[in-house]
Design a protein around this ligand. Structure first.
Ligand SMILES: Cc1ncc(COP(=O)(O)O)c(C=O)c1O
Length: 385
C-alpha cells in the first residue's frame, strides 16, 4: 500500500546528516531537536503551541486527560475509525458515546452527533476524526459544542495538512488536535511518534507535564501521567520530512484525481448511495468543495459488499495490495462491548462492508494508478457477467 523505501531513498542524505548531529550531541530524548520539530508543527497548523509524544494514541489520551476528562464522563466519537479513537476514551476512565457517519464523507454525521450530544447529560467532550485525510465538517455541531462549553478534540491522526470546508487548517478550529506519525502516515517517523497542537497555553502546559509522568517540579509528581517523550532521532526525521510534506501531499492529490478520472471513464460514479448506478459497480470518493483540501491518506472506494472479498483476492493475484479500513465499527469491537449504543449505526456498518482502500502514496506513478484501475475494472466486469 505504501513504498517507504522509495521515500527514504530520496531524502537519505538529509536524514543521515540529521542523525549524525544527534549522535554527536549525545542527547537522545526531548531537547532542542524535539522543540524545533514542535515549533515547526505548530507553524504548519498555524496554531500557537505544538507538542510531541510517542504515538497518536498517547496524543489522544494526553488530550483527554489534559482536559481533565475521566471517570463518570462521556465523550462522543464516530464509530467508524481506528480502535485508538475510542480505546483512549475508555483508558482515560470515560465512556465513549458512538455516533454514526455521513456516508458521503465517512466522517461523523453532524446531525446524528447533535442528537446524541443533546441526549447525553454527562457529555464532556467530542472527538471528531478526519478520516483518510478529509477534514471533518462539523457544521452545527461546532456551535452546539461552543454553546455547551464542550471541547472538540480533533483526531487528526490521518489528516496533517488538510483544510476544512471553512478554509481552516487542522487544529485551527478545535481546542486541540492530535496527530499520529506512525511510519505509514502522510508525515511518518521511523517508528512510533505522535503530536498535538493547541492554542490553549494552560492545556499545553498540563499535557507537557502529563507526558513526563505528571512531574510538576523536579521530583514532585502532581498527576498520574505517562512516559511519552519523543526521541531526538524521531524529531530529526520528522523535521526533515516536514520540509517535503507539501510536495508529497500535492502528489497524493494528483494521483487521487487521476484515479477519479480513470474510474469515471470506465463508468464508476462518485458518491455513496448506489453502487449499481454506474456502468462500473464502484463508487469513488465524493469531491471536496473549495476551500476544503483532502490529503488522501487513503484512497477509499466503495464496492458491492458481496464482491469485495473476491476483488481483494483477485487484486492480490495481480500483485496489487488493497486494504479494508475498517472491518468492524468501534461499537462492534469485543473490547468495547460494554459501550454498545442503544440505537443502530447503519452507515458505519455499511461502510465496514463496502469500503476498500487502493494503493496511494506520493511515489506511486501514474502508470501504477492506471494498472490498478485496469485490474479493478477487469475483475469487477468479470464478476458481474
Ligand atoms: C484515526 C486514528 N486515530 C488514532 C490513531 C493512533 O495513532 P498511533 O498508531 O500513532 O498510536 C490512528 C493510527 O492509525 C488513527 O488512524
Amino acid at each position: 500500500m505504501v513504498d517507504l523505501a522509495a521515500q527514504h531513498a530520496e531524502i537519505k542524505t538529509e536524514l543521515l546528516t540529521g542523525f549524525a548531529s544527534i549522535l554527536d550531541s549525545g542527547r537522545f530524548v526531548l531537547g532542542d531537536p524535539v522543540e524545533s520539530f514542535e515549533s515547526d508543527l505548530a507553524k504548519l497548523c498555524e496554531v500557537r503551541h505544538g507538542l510531541s509524544c510517542n504515538s497518536g494514541t498517547d496524543a489522544l489520551w494526553l488530550a483527554l486527560r489534559g482536559l481533565e476528562i475521566g471517570e463518570g464522563d462521556a465523550v462522543l466519537c464516530p464509530a467508524y475509525s481506528f480502535f485508538a479513537t475510542a480505546a483512549t476514551i475508555v483508558r482515560a476512565g470515560a465512556s465513549p458515546i458512538f455516533c454514526d457517519i455521513d456516508p458521503a464523507t465517512l466522517n461523523l454525521d453532524p446531525e446524528d452527533a447533535i442528537r446524541r450530544v443533546q441526549s447525553t447529560p454527562n457529555l464532556r467532550a467530542v472527538v471528531s476524526v478526519d478520516l483518510f485525510g478529509r477534514a471533518c465538517n462539523l457544521s452545527g455541531l461546532a456551535e452546539l459544542c461552543r454553546d455547551r462549553g464542550l471541547p472538540i478534540i480533533q483526531d487528526a491522526a490521518q489528516s496533517i495538512g488538510a483544510i476544512d470546508a471553512y478554509g481552516k487548517k487542522v487544529g485551527e478550529r478545535t481546542r486541540i488536535a492530535c496527530f499520529s506519525f506512525y511510519p505509514t502516515k502522510n508525515l511518518g517517523a521511523l517508528g512510533d511518534a505522535g503530536g498535538i497542537v493547541t492554542g490553549d497555553g494552560a492545556l499545553r502546559d498540563r499535557i507537557a507535564r502529563l507526558r513526563v509522568h505528571g512531574e510538576s517540579e523536579p521530583g514532585v509528581f502532581s498527576d498520574l501521567g505517562i512516559n511519552s517523550r519523543m526521541d531526538a532521532l524521531q524529531a530529526v526525521a520528522l523535521s526533515v520530512k516536514l520540509r517535503h510534506l507539501e510536495r508529497w501531499t500535492r502528489a497524493r492529490r494528483l494521483l487521487a484525481l487521476r484515479y477519479d478520472a480513470l474510474f469515471a471513464e470506465r463508468g464508476a460514479t462518485p458518491g455513496s448511495e448506489n453502487i449499481s448506478d454506474g456502468r462500473l459497480r464502484l463508487q469513488t470518493p465524493v469531491a471536496e468543495i473549495e476551500p476544503a483540501r483532502h490529503t488522501y491518506h487513503r484512497y477509499v472506494v466503495r464496492v458491492d459488499a458481496d464482491k469485495r472479498a473476491d476483488l481483494i483476492r483477485a487484486l492480490d493475484d495481480d500483485g496489487i495490495a488493497s486494504e479494508i479500513y475498517y472491518r468492524r465499527g468501534l461499537h462492534e469491537q469485543p473490547a468495547l462491548e460494554t459501550h454498545r449504543p442503544q440505537t443502530p449505526l447503519p452507515e458505519t456498518e455499511r461502510a465496514c462492508r463496502e469500503t476498500l482502500a487502493l494503493p496511494l502514496y506520493p511515489e506511486l506513478s501514474v502508470d501504477g494508478v492506471e494498472r490498478v484501475v485496469g485490474s479493478v475494472t477487469r475483475i469487477l466486469d468479470e464478476n458481474s457477467s
